[in-house]
Write a protein that binds this ligand. Sequence first.
Ligand SMILES: CC(=O)SCCNC(=O)CCNC(=O)[C@H](O)C(C)(C)COP(=O)(O)OP(=O)(O)OC[C@H]1O[C@@H](n2cnc3c(N)ncnc32)[C@H](O)[C@@H]1OP(=O)(O)O
Length: 399
Amino acid sequence: MWADTVRTGTHRPPGRGRSRLNRLPFVPGRFQGAFDGDECVGAFRSARTELAVPGGGLVAADVIADVAVLPTHRRRGLLTRMMDRELRAAAGRGEPLALLIAAEPTVYGRFGFGPATRLTGYRVDVLRAGGVRLPAAAATGRLQLLPRPRAAAVGPGLYERFRRGRPGAPARPPQWWTDDTGTLWHPLRDGPDPLHVGYHDAAGRLQGLLTYRVDPRWDGNLPAAELTVLDLITTHPDAAAALWDYCLSVDWVTTVLAENLAPDDPLPLLLGNPRAARPGGLDSDFAWLRVLDPPAALAARRYSGPGRLVLEVDDPAGYAHGRFALDSAPDGTAHCSPAPHESADLALGVGALGSLYLGEQTPARLHAAGLVAELRPGAVLAAELLLHTATRPWCTDGV
Ligand SMILES: CC(=O)SCCNC(=O)CCNC(=O)[C@H](O)C(C)(C)COP(=O)(O)OP(=O)(O)OC[C@H]1O[C@@H](n2cnc3c(N)ncnc32)[C@H](O)[C@@H]1OP(=O)(O)O
């Protein structure tokens, strides 16, 4: 009944989407249903993940997914009640962050979430791309097609290494590699089985894993196949170059489509003709983040160097409300603690803190948008330098 409510509320057609919901492992305390008599009219689910944050640390986060209220029962406060309950429970469990993929951007700001990651996509015209610039070292590695069980065996270790360098990457539970349970965006769903290609460097270490499908289209008697990149995880630039080169070299393929890439993915810069990589896919905000415990969250990430910043956070729900002093050391590690008696450098809402936390937004940009107030002259620039991250966050999966 619960799964049917999610399905009806989110307009999902019957079929694999339904079976995914029906196969979700039940975790007590993580599923909510709203009932009108014996009818389930609202559904809400959460799970725990460990989210990668700047500097390579992992922070416990409450992932909220499969939220739906039936069209007959909307705008009566059911989501509000389920969300309030969930955030209270997450704070009680000691999870410093909550995370969700917002279907609509107008709904979740009121609950303290801010857009915190983006994804981007490209559609590459292979015939105009001029090939991929391959570093000499990339050619010393080895590409190998991997049967699915092998990809499922080596993928988790690679992904764990990868996400230490990619803020915003959630944990992938073991079943991610073997079936499509528990995640909205999954390479194994909707279509024939994909192929997997591993890239091993000269020392034999796995540095990249590509998952893709080819749709063998024809333009009359000319091949016009489209290769869709479903998942591309790399831990070294050579692996990325080698696997993009592979995609653009598969016979019959004239278009390569990659819809879920990090916003700073270097793909266009690898091509002889960068304009051959046109926008493809969503190019949108993706994961939204809510900070529940600022001292724990802010101390868990790294900073660009030594510094001190006092933040005045406005959180009407109370979890993150207050003034917090962040002190970072030369190695980028930090302490953060409540500082009610110190004068603040910046004032911001809890949603803006969520947007800053992983490095997707910058203090200067939020200041320009009126979402961060500068209370001490120069504090925006100081925060800009302190919070700078070399890598933009990317939430790889639809959690
Ligand atoms: C994390 C995820 O799972 S994302 C997927 C979420 N699910 C969907 O989008 C499926 C289709 N929509 C729905 O099921 C429902 O409309 C929901 C879950 C979005 C909202 O549920 P409701 O019970 O109607 O929300 P609720 O009554 O608590 O509304 C809370 C507030 O949000 C506002 N709100 C709710 N939905 C929307 C919306 N789609 N757009 C704009 N505002 C909205 C309400 O107007 C209300 O504002 P107010 O407090 O100023 O009066």
